[in-house]
Design a protein around this ligand. Structure first.
Ligand SMILES: Cc1cc2nc3c(=O)[nH]c(=O)nc-3n(C[C@H](O)[C@H](O)[C@H](O)COP(=O)(O)OP(=O)(O)OC[C@H]3O[C@@H](n4cnc5c(N)ncnc54)[C@H](O)[C@@H]3O)c2cc1C
Length: 272
């Protein structure tokens, strides 16, 4: 199919982008890398009459990686983050997760913030933001606000972003030097969306597990002093709590089984 007709506005500043979103209301849609939106336009699942293209906006090209974490502007691609020389030192868990996000070609265009705004429950970047306890900053004609991952990610392809708001950046906090981490993903083929993806952080007697692909949004559970013998019961409770539904990729039952089996391996590996 072909998209419905639309025009493109390419702003020079964040203020201009935000003013355009305010002026055109529901008719306007932000486009960043277009790696999810173009498919939606082609299938006419979205029919905006104006696209606000933020991909070349210099003010959104921010990319800071340091001991406090990763701050990424909305025009920064997944590939630019992946190839930053300090990523492996300060954010190895993000680096590992990025290798599972689509393909080299999609990462060259797709942005980290675009993935967060698209809010696919199987996407890796929303899972990482939730597991690390990150934040998203939004700007509109009336100002800026910063939301925690759990406030921002409200459901299946849904976020707390209001009409007229532009996501300008996201922040992923780094882990303490004492923390150990692990990441595992089950997908049909390399580069496909995850059926289940999991990120694990173990530090000073606590274990935090983020799970994507089961519920409508990433789920994060934290345990203190989790005995190895208690892991199966803890994961079974988590799997049932998340529920999940059958879809064309896998059944809810299979997903729960992955949470139990892969989760157990991941927690044990991470703590080892
Ligand atoms: C073949 C293929 C395989 C893929 N596999 C994976 C995968 O395994 N894992 C994965 O996580 N992703 C995968 N993706 C999706 C990819 O990561 C996308 O790049 C990402 O989901 C969206 O980022 P984008 O910058 O392209 O956003 P766009 O497609 O431009 O936009 C996506 C949505 O977010 C909104 N949006 C974007 N930026 C902003 C902003 N700054 N402010 C407000 N709203 C905004 C848009 O309006 C739109 O609704 C795949 C894509 C393809 C084509």
């Amino acid at each position: 199919m072909k998209p419905a007709p639309f025009s493109i506005h390419i702003p020079d500043t964040i203020d201009e982008a935000v003013a355009c979103l305010a002026e055109h209301g529901e008719e306007a849609r932000v486009i960043a890398g277009g790696q999810s939106l173009m498919a939606m336009l082609n299938m006419r699942l979205a029919e905006p009459s104006i696209l606000v293209d933020v991909s070349r906006l210099a003010d959104l090209k921010k990319l800071e990686i340091g001991p406090d974490g990763l701050t990424v502007g909305a025009a920064t691609t997944q590939a630019e983050v992946f190839h930053h020389p300090d990523l492996a030192t300060h954010m190895p868990l993000v680096r590992e997760a990025l290798t599972h996000v689509g393909h080299i070609q999609t990462r060259n265009r797709g942005t980290v913030c675009g993935s967060l705004c698209h809010a696919d429950p199987s996407a890796e970047m929303p899972l990482l933001l939730a597991t690390l306890g990150g934040t998203v900053t939004l700007q509109s004609a009336s100002g800026t606000r910063t939301l925690s991952a759990s406030e921002f990610q409200t459901g299946l392809l849904e976020t707390a972003k209001q009409q007229g708001e532009l996501c300008i950046s996201a922040h992923f906090p780094s882990l303490p030097s004492s923390a150990k981490w692990g990441f595992r993903e089950i997908a049909r083929r390399d580069g496909d969306f995850a059926i289940v993806a999991m990120a694990c952080i173990a530090d000073k007697g606590t274990v935090r597990l983020g799970v994507g692909g089961v519920s409508d949004a990433p789920t994060v559970e934290e345990w203190t002093d989790l005995a190895t013998s208690d892991i199966p019961d803890a994961l079974n409770r988590l799997a049932w709590k998340m529920g999940g539904t059958d879809d064309i990729h896998a059944s809810a039952r299979y997903r729960r089984e992955l949470v139990r089996r892969i989760g157990k391996k991941l927690i044990e590996e991470t703590r080892a």
